[in-house]
Every structure is written in C-alpha cells, then in structure tokens.
Design a protein around this ligand. Structure first.
Ligand code: 6GU
Length: 300
C-alpha cells in the first residue's frame, strides 16, 4: 500500500474541521525516542524504503493496541498528574504510553532559548521554529496525529475526542507566549495529520492545561482504560445531550428526596425520566446543542 492510499483511508477530518493537509515523509524515524540523529527533512530527500511502506501498512485497527502519546512542552512537570487516577493505571497496565519531552532539549544554545520577538512587531514573544522542528523530527511519522492546543483552533468536542482515541500515536505540541511560529504547524502538516484545537472561547497562558484536558478526554475512551465502559456511554455529550442528574443513598437527605421514579424499580419509566431530564437540562443550559426547531417554543 502506498502512503497516499494510507492517507486516503487512514485520516478522516470531521466535516468543516480545520484539519490541515497531510503528507507522507517517507521517514523510518517513528520508533526513535529522544533526539533524532537525522532530520525528517533530510529523510524526505531519500527514496522511500520498505520500512516506510510497512509502517503505513502496520497501522493497527482502531482500539487494537497501545495508544502512544508524546507531549512537547517547556513545562514537563505539568504532566506529573498523568501518573495518578485512571490514566495512571492505564499507563501501568501498558494500554497508554505517555512520553513527556522538554522542548529545551532540542535547543543548542547556552540559554536553551525557545522564543524570540515577533516579526511585524507586537506584544509578547513567539516560539522559535528550530527546536520545534527538531522535536517533531524525533517523534513524528506519517501515522502520527499532531495536535497543537491553541485558542485559535477548532473547538474540542466529544466527537473529536472519539476520533483522537482511534489514533495510535498522538503528539501534543504545547505552545507558550504568543504561540508557535506558524511554519511549524505547516511543516508538521506536510508530514502528517495536524489539528489546531481550542478548549473554548477564553485564553490560557499555554497549551499544557488544554493538552491535559484533551488527554484525559481521549484517554478514557481508549479501550480498557475505563473500569466500566458503559459509563462512557451514559454521560454528557455522548448522545449529544447533557447528562441526567444522579442520586445515591440516602433516599432523603436534609429534607430533600430522591425523585420517586428512581426508587420505583420501573426501568422503562426511569429511562424515560432520564431522557426528559437530559432534554430539559440541555434546553436550559446549552440550547445551542439542540436543533433550532426544538428551541422555537422554549422559555429561556
Ligand atoms: Cl487549547 N490554548 C490556549 N493557549 N488558550 C486556550 C485554549 C488553548 N483553549 C482555550 N483557550
């Protein structure tokens, strides 16, 4: 199979997404870790090899194996929390493999400089392309998906999380300051699938917190990570609606009773009540999630 065929069948941008173009770099570097001894750009000049073609063919089916996540950041310590909770257990069990890379390890000057002043002027600093190029060359392959958290990106949604969970290698490039030199994004897109993704309409100081949120949302969808796979189905956004309210014992607490239907044992009635609650909550809090006609008569 050629890499072009792989690209056609293997990458699927959601309709209307800002996913950038993909390419195949013919690079056998994707099993390397740490600093690459050669750059992808140098490899791209080389004729395609059997290693490359088998790399394209070896891409496992969705959910088939370990999901590898590489994170590039100037704050590796941010990601210590990935050692705990469900994701930490998944890592221990080998379902998820997470590597955190310090962008400064890909600099060569004494001060390990990662930023510079913006061309055209303006406030703040921009991340220099060179360390990013070297970092990407050390880990990217045509089967990788590169995600740049950015307030200027496409919205992160449950359906995008589901899509990322089907990929076997995700690279999160965490920018700081005023962002990363845009040529880095273009370069990555010339090698593989690239997404610029935003958590919402507000500004964070860098991509790290956003990457953490995305990794948690994606990680819990990977087969074997969640204790109870059903809880991933019955939750907010999984069916396009917000989740219904939940209750546990005692049946009465501080004068407040659990809705009687939940104690009835009538499963059909419970299911119907839950859907009604989902619709009411969604209409009240997030009417934008509902089709326009269902909001026509609603009171806000
Ligand atoms: Cl992904 N990055 C930054 N810097 N700010 C954001 C964001 C991401 N999503 C919302 N605000």
């Amino acid at each position: 199979m050629s890499c072009g065929e792989h690209r056609a069948s293997g990458s699927s941008a959601p309709a209307g997404s800002s996913k950038l173009g993909t390419g195949c770099a013919h690079s056998p570097l994707w099993r390397t870790t740490g600093r690459a001894s050669a750059t992808l750009a140098a490899q791209r000049g080389a004729p395609s090899s059997a290693t490359v073609d088998s790399g394209c063919e070896q891409r496992p089916a969705p959910y088939a194996g370990v999901v590898r996540i590489d994170i590039v950041t100037i704050f590796p310590e941010f990601f210590g929390v990935l050692d705990i909770s469900l994701l930490g257990k998944a890592r221990e069990r080998g379902i998820l493999e997470v590597n955190v890379r310090d962008l400064r390890d890909f600099t060569h000057d004494k001060h390990r400089t990662v930023d510079d002043t913006p061309y055209g002027g303006g406030a703040g600093m921009v991340m220099r392309p060179e360390p990013w190029g070297e970092a990407l060359d050390a880990m990217v392959s045509p089967t990788s998906t590169v995600i740049f958290p950015s307030a200027a990106g496409m919205p992160f949604t449950q359906s995008l999380a589901r899509e990322f969970a089907e990929h076997d290698h995700l690279i999160f490039g965490c920018g700081r300051y005023e962002g990363i030199d845009q040529r880095v994004v273009e370069y990555a897109a010339s090698v593989t699938s690239v997404y610029e993704v935003s958590l919402g309409d507000y500004v964070l100081n860098g991509g790290e917190v956003a990457a953490m949120a995305m990794i948690e949302a994606v990680g819990r969808l990977v087969d074997g990570v969640m204790g109870n796979p059903l809880s991933a189905v019955e939750e907010s956004h999984s069916n396009g609606l917000l989740e219904y309210p939940s209750y546990t014992k005692p049946a009465e607490w501080r004068g407040r009773e659990v809705p009687a239907v939940l104690l009835s044992g009538n499963h059909a009635a419970i299911a119907e009540w839950r859907i009604t609650q989902q619709l009411a909550r969604t209409r009240r809090v997030r009417p934008d999630l509902l089709p326009p006609e269902s909001n026509a008569n609603s009171v806000s």
